[in-house]
Design a protein around this ligand. Structure first.
Ligand SMILES: Cc1ncc(COP(=O)(O)O)c(C=O)c1O
Ligand SMILES: N[C@@H](CCCC[NH3+])C(=O)O
Length: 425
């Protein structure tokens, strides 16, 4: 049966009719570790990173993995060991990335709602900079830094009002979004930052959205950021680095996003043409580094013919794979063992008590109860958004490295779920 390779799943392929991740049959992993089970390919992550590194050859650039995409410790370790920095959005992410071996100087801190406690801790560990998202946050950060007798390095996240041409829930750089400081107020905010006693301006930042599959929104945002840098520097405030955020899309179905190196070739041409090519650059990719490197294995529990539809009920659910419920997102679903047998059209759903608990709609599958399925492109925004809804423990995770398998997260059991709660007297 062909094709052996699956679109959007590098390092995942059929050998004969059996699905492998790198050198390992995925079915063996499910039998050993149970389901639902996330499986990641280390080689796929490093290949995705290498595309960015190629794109920046000969440039001053720092790749800061946006760890919200997948903050499992082993994945952070892979990127830390490969020399990445990290984009974080909470004190929890800060502690995780430090635990995985990153150092403070490799970390940038984004997010609209940083608390004083989070700011203090980030200053104590010497992070590279705060991406500040409002004028009010500038004031608070300055106060916290003064209390600690230091100056906080800041980069202001500007909202360029550019449409990233993606799902509205994951657009962040439009006027109506909560993120960043409006383009028209940015100069004023920089002047305020430069005057505050606890701040040191180091850069400018912008991130317009996620799962972007076209180059033009990046070019538009870049133009607006470069216009601003010119204005801010004319006002006497030097900008040491420019951060263009993340957002590059991946293949879930039939998308055709540019490769990271091709995208950056285009963007660097524009930067060079405008005389900004020798600046220190930063980027914050998340999904494009891990999304296609992971899959989730699930067992078929029941087949349920309905009046209007057939349902294929699997043991993974919206608490494990929230993207379909949240964004009507598409993930490919393939069998671990291909077979020539009669197929039918199913809605693939989980056991959670919500009609929104579906993983795939109208999929043609040849399945029986007990079969194993793989939900592809599940490396980003799946485990990191997983929940315990319906008192379901979160899945286990394994990382495949060639023929080696590492269990990197154990399955949460019922005792784990009860641990932090107290009965009334
Ligand atoms: C500030 C910031 N940087 C980086 C990212 C990473 O985005 P993506 O996973 O689309 O690359 C996000 C998420 O959209 C973000 O909010
Ligand atoms: N969680 C979103 C991406 C959000 C990006 C964070 N700003 C997704 O799965 O597509």
């Amino acid at each position: 049966m062909n094709p052996a390779r699956l679109p959007g799943a590098p390092f995942v392929q059929y050998r004969g009719d059996e699905l492998f991740v790198e050198e390992v049959p995925v079915g063996d992993l499910a039998r050993e570790h149970g389901t639902p089970l996330f499986v990641y390919s280390r080689a796929a992550m490093l290949a995705a990173l290498a595309a960015y590194q190629r794109g920046f050859t000969g440039r001053k650039a720092k790749i800061c993995y946006a760890m919200k995409a997948n903050s499992s410790l082993a994945i952070l370790q892979v990127f830390a060991r490969a020399g990445c920095g990290f984009d974080i959005v909470s004190g929890g992410e800060l502690e995780r990335v430090l635990a995985a071996g990153a150092s403070g100087g490799d970390i940038i801190f984004s997010g609209v709602g940083k608390s004083r406690r989070e700011m203090r801790r980030a200053l104590e560990v010497g992070i590279h900079c705060f991406n500040v998202e409002s004028e009010a946050e500038l004031e608070v950060l300055s106060e916290v830094a003064v209390e600690l007798g230091t100056r906080a390095p800041v980069s202001l996240r500007v909202n360029p009002d550019v449409n990233p041409l993606t799902h509205p829930y994951i657009s962040t750089g439009l006027k109506g979004n909560k993120f960043g400081i409006a383009h028209k107020n940015a100069l004023r905010a920089y002047q305020r930052a430069a005057a505050l006693p606890g701040l040191r301006v180091v850069g400018i930042d912008c991130h317009i959205g996620s799962q972007i599959t076209q180059v033009s929104p990046y070019l538009d945002a870049m133009d607006r950021v470069m216009d601003l840098v010119t204005q801010i520097e004319a006002a006497g405030i030097p900008i040491a680095h420019i951060d263009f955020g993340g957002g590059l899309g991946i293949v879930y179905n039939e998308e055709q996003p540019p490769a990271a190196d091709a995208l950056w070739q285009r963007l660097l041409q524009r930067l060079d043409a405008r005389g900004f090519g020798d600046r220190q650059l930063m980027i914050e990719p998340g999904r494009s580094l891990v999304g296609n490197a992971g899959l989730c294995v699930s067992e078929v529990l029941y087949l349920k013919p309905g009046e209007q539809k057939n349902f294929c009920i699997i043991d993974a659910a919206m608490n494990d794979l929230p993207r379909p419920a949240m964004y009507e997102a598409f993930h490919q679903i393939v069998p671990l063992q291909r077979r020539i047998a009669q197929s039918a059209v199913y809605d693939v759903v989980g056991p959670v008590c919500e009609s929104g608990d579906w993983i795939g709609r109208e999929r043609t599958l040849s399945v029986q109860p007990g079969d194993l399925l793989a939900v592809l492109s599940a490396g980003a925004y799946c485990m990191s958004m997983a929940s315990n809804y319906n008192a379901r423990g979160r899945a286990a995770e394994v990382l495949v490295d060639g023929a080696q398998v590492h269990l990197v997260r154990e399955r949460e059991d019922d005792a784990d779920l009860l641990r932090k709660e107290h009965l009334l007297p």
